[in-house]
Design a protein around this ligand. Sequence first.
Ligand SMILES: *Cc1c(COP(=O)(O)O)cnc(C)c1O
Length: 496
Amino acid sequence: MDVLYRSTRDNDSVVTASKAILKGLSEDGGLYVPSQIPTLDIPMKELSSMTYQEVAYEVMSRFLTDFSEEELKYCIASAYDKKFDTEEIAPLVKADGAYFLELFHGSTIAFKDMALSILPYLLTTAAKKNDVKNDIVILTATSGDTGKAAMAGFQDVPGTKIIVFYPKDGVSPIQEKQMVTQKGKNTHVVAIYGNFDDAQTGVKRIFNDDAMKEELAQAGYQFSSANSINIGRLVPQIVYYVYAYASLYKNGQLAENEEINVVVPTGNFGNILAAYYAKNMGLPIDKLICASNDNKVLYDFFTTGEYDRNRDFILTTSPSMDILISSNLERLIYRIAGNDSEKNKEMMNALASEGKYEITEEMKVQLADFYGNYSNEDETASTIRRIYDECGYVIDTHTAVAASVYKKYTAKTKDLKKAVIASTASPYKFTRSVMEAIDADKYAAMGDFELVDELSAISGVAVPNAIEEIREAEVRHNTVAEVDEMPGVVKKILGI
Ligand SMILES: *Cc1c(COP(=O)(O)O)cnc(C)c1O
């Protein structure tokens, strides 16, 4: 059964999976969605005996139907290898009455590695299949983690260049150091004066600029995206929910078909959408618990049915979730609008022009799978401290937002189904915020790398390679630009 991909803003725009991956975003500004969600028609017993790579093949082959078995297995084997510091790829840790699904064992120690270590292979395979002769230019806006993970994935991949834009004052010190020290002949990093939404909107604008596209084509280039608007990022993210369920089943923690809840610290709505797709494939998931930080636009949306980005953008200690325009929500809106691209387009146009839209009662009813809440800065910090004190387990600020919201959820609903919390970053990536949450008096005066060593001492977890690497690394990128200079910067980098 072939799965095709359709734009959320034009039902008549239909492409194969490989074309959708190549293009990233549809020409009409819409996102590609699968024409149907395939069923996970394999017994759990069988899935639970598989390796991560084998589960990945079972899930991804059902979505990316124009990739051959050989192509897909090559992509999976190349992505999920020794770059990860554990054979399980995504291990589960039981703590604080839940299972933390550690998605940060890849090369840049955040969950973005789960998809961005395979995207370059999917993309270059898709280019070959479609006879693309141009070099592919990956343009990416990052709230801190995508940029590094994308550059690590695309570093020196033949036929590709990558340009990353990040908010100058909107990322953690370790995140910034990781990016500006990035190696590779084809990698470029630009800080912008603005926030993540500015960067993301700037990138989308370049994508939709026909004149620029033409100039690029003349020079032998074409754009694609490594942001989670690319379906090639979403599909690999479904895998770890299936794998987590299968692991729990295998270890006797779950009975046949027992439902679980999934808790996801959310920004651009990519990770939680992948969990929703897993549920729609038939994985026994009950609630999808959407956790926000103080930028709680999604909480308000789930509560009121109105999405309203007209508010102050708040810089928090979970910067990868500092987002007011959650791009992937559009895929959910399209679906609950009955796959009605016109209706979806109206709402997205309203979002672009007035900064808000409201869904109908009929659509609201279909959000019953979701529960939204948020954690403020104090709650997040005290969750880190509490879980460390009670369990000896150190979690990062983003994961703490999820753990904090999960506590609110169980207190309110008394729903004690087993829960998987997506643990999206290593505490080493947000060392300062994490250590100050644990003991502000003791740690506030210490330097970033001193704190790294302290974290290792209190957690008993060895300092990851990703951190050792940047201790002494040389800064290789120092371009800073205004948001409206972004197109010019891109042209200059490409020499056109
Ligand atoms: C990107 C990111 C998130 C948010 O994920 P979305 O898919 O954008 O919702 C959460 N935590 C960390 C650490 C991230 O890097």
